[in-house]
Design a protein around this ligand. Structure first.
Ligand code: NAD
Length: 285
């Protein structure tokens, strides 16, 4: 049974993943390479909760109660007693490997280690943990922003135990997520659908079939999406999107060939909302 949850990496994903657990009453430890960076992750959590208070959806007391369940730390050993640890560090195999090696030495025998990787094989990552831990290693792919998006892809590695899959699925339901089991393939499920769709949207514009704005209208008014796909791509940022395209292209060939439009945007520094411009302009934001 999962009572205490650790998250390694307090960046864009880790801070929000930890918040999802703290919100539902779990004792949570949020770790990064220094106390300062871990504290920044906790500050981001406070900002997310402040927005909810502003909207009248939460009281200041609720916020304090949630944050009191989060321990931010620069010391990985503070995760020793965690039942589940989610790794959300940089998308670099060797960085993740060194985190697992340290966790393996620190953690209880029963601790489950999950990776939030978007593109590295879960089975390859699982090969870096001890033989005893292999049955307790799994992928949990949260979506951004993790505190809002309900989908979590659950990806067993070749040697992941069925008990681990069930425990992780159950705890994700406890924190009000929608877990979906997928095989350990490149892009898992979500990124294969999303990238196939947006690359086709890019082709519509490149072939002159319709404009960027009209593709976005098709998504909103024809598919019922809350926003157009190009507006969404500007938010997720084109350098990250292109990186995933290249990984999918390598794995599956032509159907994921990167779009010349996206390459041009990246080459010209129009990375999306974060750089002030992408498909659309965002002024001084
Ligand atoms: N950003 C997304 O939209 C998204 C979506 C799904 C999955 N992911 C995956 O989630 C993971 C994290 O992505 P992110 O966008 O949050 O990255 P990020 O760069 O925002 O955060 C990564 C954090 O890891 C920390 N870190 C690095 N080495 C560490 C170590 N040894 N110990 C502890 N902390 C360490 C960094 O200091 C940083 O704070 C990646 O594997 C990424 O592929 C990202």
């Amino acid at each position: 049974m999962i009572k205490k949850v650790g998250v390694v990496g307090a960046g864009m994903m880790g801070a929000e993943i930890a918040l999802c657990f703290a919100r539902e009453g779990f004792e949570t430890v949020l770790n990064d390479i220094s106390q300062e960076i871990a504290d920044r992750g906790k500050e981001k959590q406070a900002q997310i909760l402040d927005k909810r208070i502003k909207k009248g959806k939460m009281s200041p007391q609720d916020k304090e109660a949630i944050l009191s369940r989060v321990t931010a730390t620069g010391n990985l050993e503070d995760l020793a007693e965690c039942d589940l640890i989610i790794e959300a560090v940089l998308e670099v195999f060797d960085v993740k490997k060194s985190v697992y090696e340290k966790l393996d030495a620190i953690c209880k025998e029963s601790t489950i280690i999950a990776s939030n990787t978007s593109s590295i094989s879960i089975t390859k990552l699982a090969s870096t943990v001890s033989a005893e831990r292999k049955g307790k290693f799994i992928g949990t792919h949260f979506n951004s922003p993790a505190s809002v998006m309900k989908l979590v892809e659950v990806i067993p590695a070749l040697l992941t135990g069925e008990e681990t899959v069930c425990t992780v699925t159950d705890v994700l339901k406890e924190i009000k997520k929608e877990p979906v089991r997928v095989k350990d393939v490149v892009g898992f499920g979500l990124n294969r659908i999303f990238h196939a769709m947006y690359l086709e949207a890019c082709r519509l514009v490149e072939e002159g079939v319709c404009s960027t704005e009209d593709v976005d209208k098709i998504c909103k008014y024809g598919l019922g999406h809350p926003m157009g796909i190009f507006a969404l791509l500007d938010i997720t940022s084109h350098d990250l999107n292109l990186n995933v395209d290249q990984i999918l292209f390598e794995a599956y060939g032509d159907r994921f060939r990167p779009s010349p439009q996206i390459i041009r945007l990246v080459d010209s520094g129009r990375l999306g909302k974060k750089s002030g411009a992408g498909f659309y302009d965002y002024g001084e934001e």
